[in-house]
Design a protein around this ligand. Structure first.
Ligand code: BES
Ligand code: MN
Ligand code: ZN
Length: 503
């Protein structure tokens, strides 16, 4: 997608379509939809549609008008932004995305987009608005149907982001950053979208290697089963041992000049390229979705791309534990005891609780490599979906300062996380009678006891755990994102966290 900018008045822009946001400035009983930015020709074009209540400003509503009088664009798309008082970057991304997906569906592959200017919670310099607009449009551009032989390529060709004159510097910066984040998020989504026969641990490592080769500022190290065993990563290996596909430990480093020497962030990702459950096998119904069990790892790889391109002055290292979880003659069995890299012994109660096993060694390895802060991302538990549904992802942390920085980053990124508790009392659930801990705390509080398990391996290091099981995949159709597609969720928040740490 070619992304350009313009600072001319929206009504003077010659384009296939001018997409503008309509915000409701009224209250529940007296809706008052207004075109934003205010531009006399655009307001005149909208007047009849608003009077007829066809354009209401309702969030993500899309109404297309052809050949508007007094406007250079061939069409205007009025896209609803909801209540003006509640309009933030989060709503802006969705409005921009809804415009993009609507136009794609009509075969219109280039358009101009103007974010609202007036009395909203958006930034005055317009840089963040431009960035959010671009992010929303890139997310919307993704379609998952890559293996349909009659696939029509509907990708957007060109988008022009409109900004007010005088804000050129901030808008150019915002658009450039939005492109980096949008492209990186879609890179992650491409990885997650691949089925497991086309995204083995080996292929994931190859794709990471190819990304690093074309991204200045990154280095990569890929290790296989022999190294994993030699490093005594008994928890990681216990999952990998059942598969004919060899595992990969993917380590990507970003060490920029000017970074504080005493801070190094470790981004640890679960990349189970297919989770059958192992010997504790999952039911057949819906098992195909377990190709997205590598989303946490793919998110870390994509985040490293964005970080390297944005160049914040912070040392960051990604540790991605890639393996399949398969039942076989060499698979681990319930009751087995494994020794993790840290030396802790683990009684395997359920071979389907494999994500925490690979992360246990990934987290310990990152600490050994000198990481002073740890964040892991994983499609770890069905229980987090029971707790938070598909709206919020779970955040668990042993450190309030890190949790608060991360939550602040999620606001800048327009992603939703909800902090969950990890009180000591929950540790009861992971006690074992034969080993130090069990790998499954059972049904109740399942996302919390999974986090308690991970906590055993981070010690006092500030750590945040992101359980993205409910949010890494979008099953439903939404106006701003394709159905049955990976979301790339957490990537933008992670990148914003790193940028915040650089300040
Ligand atoms: N990969 C799954 C979690 C998951 C569930 C991801 C639904 C995405 C959607 C994980 O490995 C798993 O199987 N967890 C078990 C843990 C249990 C056996 C303690 C679960 O959540 O049921
Ligand atoms: Mn599992
Ligand atoms: Zn899993």
């Amino acid at each position: 997608m070619k992304t350009t900018t313009s600072y001319a008045a929206p009504s003077t822009i010659a384009t296939e379509c001018l997409a503008i946001v309509v915000l409701d400035h009224g209250d529940k009983d007296n809706p008052n939809p207004l075109v934003s930015p205010a531009d006399a020709a655009l307001q005149a074009a909208a007047a009849n549609l608003i009077a007829a209540k066809e354009v209401t400003g309702k969030a993500n509503e899309t109404i297309l008008l052809h050949a508007p009088a007094g406007v250079a664009a061939k069409r205007i798309l009025f896209v609803g932004g909801g209540k003006a008082a509640n309009f933030t970057g989060f709503e802006l991304r969705r409005a921009a995305g809804s415009a993009a997906r609507y136009l794609k569906s009509k075969g219109i592959r280039s358009f101009a987009f103007a974010a609202p200017l007036l009395d909203t919670g958006l930034d005055a310099s317009f840089g963040d608005s431009a960035k959010s607009s671009v992010e929303g449009i890139y997310v919307a551009d993704f379609d998952p149907n890559v293996y349909q032989t009659d696939r029509k390529d509907q990708s957007l060709e060109a988008v022009t982001i409109l900004g007010p004159a005088g804000c050129e510097k901030a808008v150019e910066r915002g658009v450039a950053e939005g492109v980096i984040l949008g492209e990186s998020q879609n890179f992650t989504r491409d990885l997650v979208n691949e089925p497991s026969n086309r995204m083995t641990p080996t292929i994931l490592a190859d794709r990471a290697q190819a990304m690093v080769a074309e991204t200045p500022g990154l280095s990569i190290e890929v290790m296989g089963g022999d190294e994993i065993q030699a490093m005594k990563m008994g928890a990681f290996w216990s999952v990998a041992q059942g598969s004919a596909e060899p595992p990969r430990l993917i380590v990507i480093r970003y060490s920029p000049q000017g970074a504080a020497a005493d801070v190094k962030l470790g981004l640890v990702g679960k990349a189970v390229t297919f989770d059958t459950g192992g010997i504790s096998i999952k039911p057949a119904d819906g098992m195909e979705k377990m190709k997205y069990d590598m989303a946490g790892g793919a998110t870390m790889i994509g985040a490293m791309r964005a970080i390297a391109l944005l160049q914040p002055a912070v040392n960051v290292m990604a540790v991605v534990c890639a393996t399949e979880n398969m039942p076989s003659g060499t698979a681990q069995k319930p009751g087995d005891v494994q020794i993790a890299m840290s030396g802790k012994s683990i009684e395997i109660i359920n071979t389907d609780a494999e994500g925490r096993l690979v992360l246990a060694d990934g987290l310990h390895y990152a600490k050994e490599q000198g990481c002073t802060h740890l964040v892991d991302a994983a499609t770890l538990t069905g229980a987090v979906v029971v707790a938070l549904g598909f709206v919020n992802a779970g955040l668990f942390s042993n450190n309030d300062a890190l949790a608060d920085s991360f939550l602040a980053a999620t606001k800048r990124a327009g992603e939703k996380f909800w902090r969950m508790p990890i009180d000591e009392e929950y540790r009861e659930s992971i006690k074992s009678s034969i080993a130090d801990i069990v790998n499954s705390g059972g049904r109740w509080g399942g996302s919390v006891t999974a986090a308690m398990f991970l906590k055993e391996f981070v010690g006092d290091t500030p750590w945040a755990h992101l359980d993205i099981a409910g949010t890494a995949w979008m099953e439903e159709t939404k106006p701003w994102i394709a159905a049955k597609s990976p979301t790339g969720l957490a990537l933008r928040s992670l990148v914003e966290l790193v940028r915040g740490m650089a300040k």
